[in-house]
Design a protein around this ligand. Structure first.
Ligand code: SF4
Ligand code: SF4
Length: 265
């Protein structure tokens, strides 16, 4: 049902103004069929929203609801663990639907769309999407249609895109693909900063972190209770360490001491 659509390698690419068929509601014959036996990778912001919705720490959330894999770069990626039952249902599925619906992950929100971005579309700040081909999903056969831009807005995707914009440049950096990370300590630091934010908070406040890095006192106060502010600091720290981006500054006295230790002027 897409209009003004373009076909590229057999894929229908929709712009924000295009429309697609979709209608999902309780009572539809396939209701919650899509919440079983699926692979859902979680973004750092997904985890913030989900653990806060459940009222548990990130450490507890990761332990109880996720699996961790090592990606091509050697860095850990986190996926939702399906329940150990015959249908492999999502842990958050109830007879009435998703019990964390307001805080469901990005990939559940954006379904049935999936982003089709390239470096060129990102540079031009254009958004394109395709519609997923899921044979059992009756919603895709509906007469009802929605404009891509309205769907994106109605599903609360904006804040997820904003948060992902901090994480994606790190994950797609050429520096990472050049040398696969195999050091378990670096892998764990990355996992903590990206996914286990409550542990990262303790690390920042209780280790020598604040003696090494220059962090605005207002930010230090904010991160004690604000997960998004903490996530921003975490992304600066990871980018500083892994892709050498200058988001976070080392204190001058620490740099000076290091130079002297190395015998540099
Ligand atoms: S219509 Fe599609 S998205 Fe909605 S419940 Fe059925 S399978 Fe899931
Ligand atoms: S998080 Fe919610 S919407 Fe997503 S798969 Fe699980 S039950 Fe379904």
């Amino acid at each position: 049902m897409a209009n003004q659509k373009t076909r590229k390698n057999g894929l229908t690419v929709l712009s924000l103004e295009d429309r697609f068929r979709f209608d999902c509601r309780p009572g539809i014959s396939c209701f919650t069929r899509c919440c079983r036996d699926i692979t859902i990778f979680l973004s750092p912001y997904d985890i913030i929203r989900m653990k806060n919705a459940l009222g548990i720490s990130s450490t507890e959330f990761l332990k109880n609801y996720t699996l961790t894999l090592i990606g091509d770069t050697g860095l850990p990626v986190v996926m939702l663990k399906m329940a150990d039952n015959k249908e492999k249902t999502c842990s958050f599925l109830t007879d009435q639907g998703c019990r964390i619906y307001e805080n469901r992950p990005w990939s559940c929100r954006i379904y049935p769309l999936q982003p089709e971005s390239t470096k060129a579309t990102e540079k031009a700040q254009k958004q394109y999407y395709s519609v997923m081909d899921v044979p059992f999903c009756q919603g895709l056969k509906a007469d009802q249609t929605a404009a891509v831009k309205d769907w994106i807005e109605s599903q609360g995707i904006g804040i997820y895109r904003e948060m992902e914009a901090l994480f994606k440049p790190i994950m797609t950096s050429q520096n990472l693909f050049a040398t696969k990370i195999t050091n378990p300590k670096i892998q764990d630091m990355f996992y903590m900063a990206c996914y286990d934010l409550d542990r990262f908070r303790r690390f920042v406040l209780e280790s020598s972190f604040l003696k090494v890095y220059q962090v605005d006192p207002e930010v230090v106060e904010k991160i004690k209770t604000d997960d998004v502010a903490l996530y921003r600091l975490a992304m600066d720290w990871v980018a500083h360490g892994l892709i050498e981006r200058q988001g976070l500054k080392i204190r001058p006295e620490v740099l000076e001491a290091k130079k002297q230790e190395l015998g540099l002027k």
